[in-house]
Design a binder for this molecule. Structure first.
Ligand code: GDP
Ligand code: MG
Length: 669
């Protein structure tokens, strides 16, 4: 054994990174795991003349095949056979943290347990019998306080000892019924296993009973592999009858049962601690209540959009007046020529028309930031989980969806670490329907102009419509393209806390600044392009039907006629909106050569209340912006899925806009 390889596993927040840094110091290498864009950290240290390479596994709660992170960890353990696997365990939450350790032991890893956060354990007044824990699990257990580098020498020593000694066999007793089946499958697998599958047969058998897709794929490659799978499937079905519940659920419960017994043996807590409900628990009784949870969530969202509109409006007026003044002054100073037209009709009217909505966007980000930091967003996902499960979708998908309210790009990126390939693809494909902040200006403008008394509610309806379309699309795609299981959900509910002003403001600033930057770059480019096409051919009346852009718009306008806005300016706005959704408003500003206040007066000559509404629906749903399309391509790694996202959204947007318009007309709206 020239060079040892060890890896670090653990639940998120158990202190894995801290231990990793303690062990490896500055000698670190960061890259990606082969084939996937999940961070891989590696480092080295020397202990007693031995060079030890450390690989940091992704933080996970378990080792299923459901999520990329967990599969990476599992594949590494099986293929690379590290000499030692150190599990960093948060000692204040043994019930949950030991689950991963148990799974690693079942897999046959040579485990050393790092019992971290011992300072917190002492603070709580708990007693943990470390020796007993080590004895019952048959592995070394080292208490540490990683944040103070305490216990690291002992940890290194335990690693070295474990590497030379190897591991003891570990087995959880799943009860007579299951054990009998496991034995039978284990024998079968042992008969046909070849060198390519270097894992314990019992583990493979357990995973087969859990219906693990990856293990099934592996076994399929063995001679008579299919036979084994068929046999295991029928046995698992028979077991399910006997147990009266899903086999996978049953196995998970048995593992937790084992842990619960283990913790009772080894941990002593002062009396009365567990019965006390914290304030968080009390709030959760209401907020994640089965009946109140979803109505409360919608109520909070509704309040948010009311605030966004009502509080934002007066500030918007100031900005609007400022740009109006700027435009007039420019015209006045430069006179009537192309440069003055470019600056005042193009840039000031277009970019100004978008920047007017900065106050609304700042308030939206303030609200989202507050809800995130106080711990409510995690609850919202939790609450929606039940709802989404009822629809056959995965609850965790709701987190990227909520992020999509800010911008679809981080929303789509957030799908990366969370989901199985199936759930990931689905969640990516539906994310563009989550109404991002770039679409907010369109609603604020149209709702404010056509529904001034109910603007907040109309905006809320748009967001809600986006969510509904997203969910229905997910349901449809799931049944069309991916039939199969839903991953079980373990979701952390962090305690509620009052967010610090600094953190909320910082979030708001970062996100709002992105908006301003976008206004200065892609949106400015878009409106200049619109201005140019509006001014050509030379000598044409600016932004008239005879300009190039007029011809372009007229070509597409008939397409939108059934939706009630079949005039060329709307077509042009939508086409250029694909650059960035803010450009829809910017384009209208450039075409009509006025800022928001002016648009308020001009728009009613083109739109009715009804067609304004269907235009908002269209803007919400049709084709994602170019940047989103790029990220969808990047994350799905497929032009087919990307084309589907674009084609489907255009179809749905157009259809919904036409439906709203035509049905509204029937009812005489
Ligand atoms: P990871 O998600 O597992 O990588 O966890 P980190 O290493 O990032 O640690 C999460 C948090 O716990 C950080 O704020 C650490 O400073 C803190 N932490 C790590 N070890 C200890 C410990 O032993 N005691 C206490 N009180 N905090 C710790
Ligand atoms: Mg970490």
């Amino acid at each position: 054994m020239d060079k040892m390889v060890i890896c670090l596993g653990g639940n998120p927040n158990a202190g894995k990174t801290t231990v990793f840094n303690n062990l490896t110091g500055a000698h670190q290498k960061v890259g990606n795991w082969p084939g996937v864009t999940v961070e891989k950290k590696e480092g080295e240290f020397v202990y007693q003349q031995k060079k030890i390479r450390v690989v940091d596994l992704p933080g996970t709660y378990s080792l299923t095949a459901y999520s990329i992170d967990e599969r990476i960890a599992r594949d590494f353990l099986i293929r690379d056979h590290p000499d030692v696997t150190v599990v960093i365990v948060d000692a204040t939450n043994l019930e949950r943290n030991l689950y991963l350790a148990i799974e690693l032991l079942e897999l046959g890893a040579n485990v050393v347990i790092d019992l971290n956060m011992m300072d917190m354990v002492r603070q709580k007044g708990w007693q943990i019998d470390v020796n007993k824990l080590s004895q019952l699990l048959g592995v070394p257990v080292v208490p540490t306080i990683a944040s103070k580098s305490e216990g690291m020498e002992q940890l290194k020593q335990a690693i070295l000892t474990a590497a030379t000694k190897g591991s003891l066999p570990f087995k959880i007793d799943y009860g007579a019924d299951v054990e009998k089946v496991l034995d039978e499958i284990t024998v079968l697998i042992n008969q046909h296993k070849d060198g390519s599958l270097n894992v314990s047969a019992r583990w493979l058998a357990i995973k087969l009973l859990e219906n693990d897709t990856q293990v099934k794929n592996w076994l399929q490659n063995l001679t008579r592999g299919r036979e084994i799978i068929t046999k295991a499937t029928s046995m698992s079905q028979a077991l399910q009858q006997k147990l009266g519940e899903d086999v996978e659920t049953y196995l998970i419960e048995r593992r937790y049962g084992f842990i619960s017994g283990l913790v009772k043996e080894c941990v002593q807590k002062p009396m009365g601690v567990e019965e006390k409900l914290t304030l968080s628990d009390k709030i959760d009784k209401i907020v994640i209540n089965r009946w109140l949870g979803i109505p409360l969530f919608f109520f909070f969202m509704w309040i948010t959009f009311k605030l966004v509109f009502n509080v934002g409006a007066p500030f918007a007026d100031y900005i609007d007046s400022a740009f109006g003044w700027l435009g007039e002054t420019t015209k006045h100073l430069l006179g009537e020529n192309w440069l003055s037209s470019l600056i005042s009709d193009g840039i000031i009217a277009g970019v100004g028309g978008v920047l007017v909505f900065l106050p609304n966007i700042i308030i939206l980000f303030l609200a989202i930031g507050f809800l995130e930091d106080c711990g409510y967003m995690a609850r919202a996902a939790f609450v929606m989980d039940r709802f989404m499960h009822a629809l056959g979708l995965h609850g965790k998908s709701f987190i990227p969806m909520i992020l999509g309210f800010g911008c679809n790009i981080p929303g789509i990126m957030a799908c990366r670490t969370l989901e199985s390939r199936k759930d990931r693809l689905l969640t990516i494909l539906i994310n563009p329907f989550m109404s991002c902040s770039a679409r907010l200006p369109i609603y604020v403008l149209f709702a404010g102009t056509f529904f001034p008394k109910h603007a907040g509610t109309v905006i809320f309806i748009m967001y809600a419509l986006g969510v509904v379309v997203a969910i229905l699309t997910g349901l449809l795609f799931k049944n069309l393209f991916f039939k199969g299981e839903v991953a079980p959900l373990i979701m952390e509910l962090p305690p509620y806390r009052l967010p610090t002003l600094k953190s909320v403001l910082l979030h708001m600033w970062e996100r709002s600044f992105m908006f301003v930057k976008k206004a200065g770059t892609i949106i400015a480019t878009g409106v200049v392009l619109v201005w140019f096409l509006s001014s050509m051919p030379p000598g044409v009346e600016y932004a008239s039907g005879q300009s190039w852009i007029g011809h372009l718009g007229k070509f597409f306008a008939p397409f939108f006629k059934p939706a009630g806005f079949g005039f060329w300016q709307a077509a042009v706005a939508l086409i250029f909106g694909i650059l960035a959704k803010e450009v829809v408003v910017g384009t209208l500003g450039t075409l009509y050569g006025v800022e928001e206040e002016g648009l308020n007066k001009v728009l009613p000559t083109y739109f009715s209340k009804l067609s304004a509404f269907s235009f908002m629906v269209m803007s919400l749903l049709y084709i994602p912006c170019i940047a989103s399309i790029g990220v969808i391509k990047q994350e799905t790694n497929s032009w087919k899925w990307t084309a589907l996202a674009v084609g489907w959204s255009l179809f749905v947007g157009w259809t919904m806009a036409v439906l709203f318009y035509q049905i509204g007309r029937i009812f005489g709206a």
